[in-house]
Design a binder for this molecule. Structure first.
Ligand code: CS2
Length: 493
């Protein structure tokens, strides 16, 4: 058994590893240090530390689970990043994370780093459901599990927005400057969302903080992209082989990476451009493109592929009928976009499909299928509304929504139950119990979930029927046949 990765000495020459001083200051606190942060922003920061220096080490924070802290702290924050592409697998050691705190175990330590004078950026990957958005208003949901407790006891926060607002309050009281809040989640206008929630939260718990937030805190939006499947036994075995150490914190990802950021940092930032980040004035067109074309197609193929028995995205892409539907979906999604500066959308779609086909990446459809209620609006429903408005075909979106409805029934075609893994799982189950087994009743019950589907859709003259027709085919003929019928007339590209 190989020794643990805890220092950089004696690593094979083929493994790139940090040569910069890792004892320098932590200018970044990252909330939600899961695999995605470690495969994406932390890599750009590693590049920037190597080439441009600065006090930009990262203190990672896990809001709940102690796992990442247990993996990384004994390794001084070091971990291995495997990149799997057409030309094989490569290993690199990332050094930008100095330590990891667990908010549920040591909330005071988290507040202490958030109010440290050296903290200039607080970045977030807390997933869609971590924000506490009220789906009906788009603002703060005071009943949301990650918000309600913090509103009741704002001096002892547990959720991301609560931590940020309390830290800002303490910083203002101590006469310290603000920081930049950098959301890196797959939400449209993620910076604006973070700002609205923090401002609404502060209006309740610290009403005189509003002016400080306006003047001393910025919330740039970002578009983030890198396919990062969950680590598996294969990840750890490949790391041992390539690095000669054991690393329970190892993660794996694809070669492609993209980060587009609004350049609005109130207290400076690392030179992430040396790692390839693109700074722009307005990230919205890129975000919409990625959410509707990549993530929208991902959700569609995850629901239909999972029910059809495909475990991985690459299996879906090897299925001619489904891969034709992926191409159709991307085409329909691209038609809902305004021109995106410097991007040829047909080429972008082509590139996405190549990434989805990557045979070395084992990205589970079940992983993408989670949290559907949090993902549907920006990925599938907003583009449906645009398509409606522009008089464009709706088939691709109707099929994707029907596939989600099939998936949330929670049983595969052999009758075996699986967990939906959605924060609204209980509500969905109770709506479905009342609906019974009729496709029409199921669609009506799900369309009635509060705040999910816009009235323009639920009261549209033909859209609900188009979804019902597709769900009924999925239920009566099976997902396989439904996919084939849907793909008929739409040849693979
Ligand atoms: C995926 C994303 O799990 C999901 O919902 O669609 O995590 C996707 O892999 C990333 O956004 C790619 O950048």
């Amino acid at each position: 058994m190989a020794g643990r990765l805890s220092s950089l000495s004696g690593l094979p020459a083929s493994v790139r590893s940090p040569t910069y001083d890792r004892e320098r200051g932590c200018g970044i606190v990252h909330l939600g240090i899961g695999a995605f942060h470690r495969a994406h922003q932390a890599v750009y920061t590693d590049d920037s530390l190597a080439k441009a220096g600065g006090d930009w080490m990262v203190t990672g924070v896990s809001l709940r689970s102690p796992d990442v802290a247990r993996q990384l702290n004994p390794q001084n924050g070091l971990y291995t990043l495997l990149t799997r592409g057409a030309d094989g697998v490569g290993a690199r050691i990332i050094g930008s994370v100095q330590k990891v705190l667990v908010a549920s175990e040591e909330p005071e330590a988290v507040l202490a780093v958030l109010i440290a004078p050296q903290t200039k950026i607080v970045s977030l990957t807390i997933t869609e459901k971590g924000y506490g958005v009220d789906p009906k208003t788009g603002g703060l949901d005071p009943e949301h599990p990650s918000v309600a407790g913090d509103l009741a006891d704002p001096r002892h926060p547990r959720g991301a927005i609560g931590f940020i607002v309390e830290a800002l309050r303490m910083r203002r009281e101590a006469g310290l400057p603000g920081f930049t809040v950098l959301s890196c989640d797959n939400l449209p206008s993620n910076g604006k969302v973070a700002k609205r929630l923090a401002t609404e939260f502060a209006a309740i718990t610290a009403p005189d903080l509003a002016d400080f937030i306006t003047r001393h805190v910025t919330f740039p939006s970002t578009m983030v992209d890198r396919i990062t499947p969950a680590s598996t036994g294969q990840t750890f075995a490949d790391v041992e082989r390539l690095v000669g150490r054991s690393d329970p914190g190892a993660i794996e990802t694809e070669p492609f990476t993209q980060w587009i950021i609004e350049d609005d940092f109130v207290a400076g930032r690392p030179e992430w451009e040396v790692g390839g980040a693109l700074f722009v004035e307005n990230v919205a067109p890129y975000e919409k493109m990625k959410l509707r074309m990549l993530n929208g197609a991902h959700s569609m193929l995850a629901y239909s592929g999972f029910v059809a028995g495909h475990r991985y995205v690459r299996d879906v892409m090897a299925d001619p009928a489904l891969s034709a539907l992926v191409a159709r979906h991307m085409q329909a999604a691209s038609a809902t976009l305004d021109p995106v500066p410097g991007v040829d959308l047909a080429h972008y779609a082509e590139e996405l499909r190549t990434r989805f086909r990557n045979p070395a990446i084992a990205h589970e459809t079940y992983q993408i299928a989670m949290d559907g209620t949090q993902k549907l609006p920006q990925r599938l429903l907003e583009p449906t509304l645009v398509a409606l408005d522009r008089g464009q075909p709706l088939e691709a979106f109707s099929f994707a929504v029907a596939a989600w409805m099939r998936y949330v029934l929670g049983r595969d075609e052999a009758g075996k139950a699986y967990a939906l893994r959605d924060p609204r799982e209980k509500e969905i189950a109770s709506a479905l119990r009342k609906a019974g087994t009729d496709a029409g009743a199921i669609v009506d019950a799900l369309l009635a979930l509060p705040g999910l589907f816009a009235a323009t859709l639920t009261s549209h003259r033909s859209w609900p029927d188009a979804v019902k027709q597709r769900l009924s085919a999925m239920l009566e003929k099976g997902m396989r046949t439904a996919i084939e019928e849907e793909a008929r007339g739409f040849p693979p590209p």
